[in-house]
Design a protein around this ligand. Structure first.
Ligand code: SF4
Ligand code: SF4
Length: 160
């Protein structure tokens, strides 16, 4: 009997060690996943932030200087899109010379919105989400592509 008892104890230890190892692995995986930082970047074939209709941005005067506000309003086309936006390629025609308020950069975000560098990525991602949702929709291909390219979501069969 003691022999079987020892065997039973050994089996219990071995099986629980296995479960413990699995649990530690799972915990480690969760910690790595949650601490993985996502870097913002602009994705091709979007252009949502080039839809400038002031009706959708009632707080413009809170972060644009009077000169920038004048420049901003001068760029709004009849359809609400920026006159410098190419709807076919969905790219900026004056990219290298685009105004300060079109540039998604940590130093500019700090000055315009008071966003600290550590919060830049999350803030920029939220801005893109908000803009894409407003222009194309929250479930749009543009939103899925943005999330996929930044590694925020898993690709699904119906993604385009
Ligand atoms: S909304 Fe974001 S991803 Fe889309 S064009 Fe603007 S910066 Fe790029
Ligand atoms: S200037 Fe270029 S980046 Fe800025 S809103 Fe117009 S098209 Fe978009």
């Amino acid at each position: 009997m003691p022999k079987y008892w020892i065997l039973s104890v050994r089996c219990w230890v071995e099986s629980n060690r296995c479960q413990l190892n699995l649990f530690i692995f799972f915990l480690d995986f969760c910690m790595q996943s949650s601490s993985k930082s996502v870097c913002w970047r602009c994705v091709k074939q979007c252009g949502a932030c080039c839809h400038l209709d002031p009706a959708d941005r009632p707080d413009l005067d809170q972060y644009l200087t009077p000169a920038e506000m004048a420049q901003y309003l001068s760029m709004v086309g009849e359809d609400g899109w920026c006159v410098n936006f190419d709807p076919t390629s969905r790219e900026c025609r004056i990219y290298d010379e685009r105004p300060r308020f079109c540039r998604v950069e940590p130093e500019i975000f700090r000055k315009m919105y008071g966003v600290q560098s550590a919060d830049f990525n999350n803030f920029a991602i939220q801005c893109c989400h908000q803009q894409i949702a407003g222009v194309y929709g929250d479930l749009s291909p543009e939103r899925r592509r943005f999330d996929r390219e930044l590694g925020l979501a898993y690709e699904t069969a119906d993604d385009t």
